[in-house]
Design a binder for this molecule. Structure first.
Ligand SMILES: Nc1ncnc2c1ncn2[C@@H]1O[C@H](COP(=O)(O)OP(=O)(O)O)[C@@H](O)[C@H]1O
Ligand SMILES: [Mg+2]
Length: 441
């Protein structure tokens, strides 16, 4: 008797009293409300469908309503009904990481899109991570070869820098990202395509990136037709994969196209859980997640993630709230200018409106002086462009303007770069030095 009592007491002590199951009682649009289970924000739950085969649907806890849990599914759902069971998994979303991912195209949850199984030996890694401690982050000291002349010479980037690429549609974002992926000196590219149409994704992978680029890349795709949560997760998954490689000591490029679409997906979720739209329809959580996400890249004790985030700007509105927020977080911005694209000047980087905030930290004084010089020649030409082009400027009136006119054709020629034209960092700097006297050699 005494013996049995002890057994029962042990059993009770070891029982998991944590409430693992809850029940759905309301579904509105993308939002699923359940009574229980006991969970926290960001936890993954499995919703058991009424179908016979015991199928489950993954969903994430995105909020609470009084005592109820608000969930959002990772996939579109049809098969749930009132009373469906919600099972807590007790963890947040994890993806598989490892060298075996290189060359693969994955969905937002890290599953391969070609339905081939992933290689063995990968490990699980949570997609949501804290940014490295700012005090333990090394400063950016070394230049990174991007392989695009305009950037390497006048907007030099450092390993671990984070920049925004601001552009409207059709001005050459995808082409530029493909060039960087193929030509940069980083060892691995992690490329997140968020909110694009399916056709654009294929075009990017087949034409812009190409086989050569894919060989040293991992591509994460969440197209525009996917639920908002998947589009957000695409950004987190890509960031996590780049962190994993960084912490193995690699120099990684993370390219996210576009961070605007990530913000829009977060807005969708925010509105669904009842946040108020504040700045131009964006909800407060959008401005809370952006710095957290964008601070995760950069340098760490082990390696670097150099990050490129594209930002969609309509017209030339650089003060649109997402553009403004992102520009404030990052260490530089490159503006792709529709006017240049229309003049067939590709890549259409408007050098005068762009800046790399770490350039002066990573280049030597000769490079800096040559770049400053070329910038002021370009600026003088721009200020007087109209006068010069209608022939109202008389040669000899101003020696600075004369010099800018002499140098302009060579500078414009130098800044142009064909999609498959390669240029090393050293070559670009050498040519930059020659530009000041109007030659391009
Ligand atoms: N470096 C380049 N050289 C020549 N043409 C380019 C270059 N970059 C872009 N283009 C032209 O611009 C078009 C749009 O570029 P794309 O990269 O698809 O723009 P986005 O991704 O911004 O919509 C391309 O189809 C191509 O014709
Ligand atoms: Mg594109």
């Amino acid at each position: 008797m005494e013996m049995n009592k002890q057994l029962y007491q042990n059993a009770i002590a070891q029982t998991d009293t944590y409430k693992r199951f809850g029940k759905i009682h309301r579904v509105v649009g993308l939002m699923i409300e359940s009574k229980g289970p006991e969970v926290s924000i960001g936890d993954v739950c499995l919703i058991h469908t009424p179908s016979q085969n015991g199928k489950t649907i993954k969903a994430e806890v995105v909020g609470f309503n009084n005592e109820n849990v608000i969930l959002m599914p990772f996939k579109e759902v049809r098969e749930i009904s009132p009373g469906s069971l919600v099972e807590a998994t007790g963890t947040s979303l994890k993806v598989k990481v490892g060298m075996g991912l290189i060359g693969k195209v994955l969905d937002a949850m890290g599953s391969p899109l070609d339905n081939q199984p992933l290689p063995k030996g990968l490990k699980s890694y949570p997609t949501d991570q804290q940014p490295p401690n700012p005090m333990s982050r090394p400063t950016i000291k070394e230049p990174l070869q991007v392989g695009v002349k305009a950037i390497d010479s006048l907007l030099t980037m450092g390993k671990g820098q984070r920049v925004g690429i601001f552009a409207g549609s059709g001005v050459g974002k995808s082409t530029l990202m493909g060039m960087i992926a193929r030509n940069s000196s980083a060892s691995i590219n992690v490329i997140a395509l968020i909110g694009e149409r399916g056709r654009e994704v294929r075009e990017f992978i087949e034409n812009d990136l190409g086989e050569e680029g894919l060989r040293k890349s991992v591509v994460i795709v969440a197209t525009s037709d996917q639920p908002a949560l998947m589009r957000i997760k695409g950004a987190y998954t890509a960031t996590a994969i780049s962190e994993y490689f960084r912490d193995m000591g690699f120099q990684v490029n993370l390219m996210m196209d576009s961070v605007t679409r990530v913000a829009m997906a977060q807005r969708e979720i925010g509105l669904a859980v009842g946040e108020p739209p504040t700045t131009k329809g964006y909800t407060p959580s959008v401005f809370a997640i952006l710095p957290k996400l964008l601070e995760r890249t950069g340098t760490s004790k082990f390696g670097t993630v150099t990050a490129f985030y594209t930002v969609l700007v309509d017209g030339d509105d650089m003060n649109e709230p997402i553009a403004d927020t992102v520009r404030g977080i990052l260490d530089g911005h490159f503006v792709l200018d529709r006017k240049l694209a229309e003049q067939n000047q590709f890549p259409a980087i408007n050098v005068l409106r762009s800046i790399s905030r770490v350039m002066n930290q990573v280049v030597d004084s000769r490079h800096r002086e040559a770049a400053d010089n070329v910038r002021s020649l370009l600026a003088t030409y721009e200020e007087n462009r109209e006068l010069i082009q209608i022939g109202a400027y008389k040669k000899g009136t101003d020696s600075n303007i004369d010099a800018s006119i002499r140098a302009n054709p060579a500078i414009v020629q130098f800044l142009k770069q064909g999609m498959y034209e390669q240029s090393t960092y050293e070559e670009s700097i050498k040519r930059l030095a020659g530009l000041n006297n109007g030659s391009d050699r």
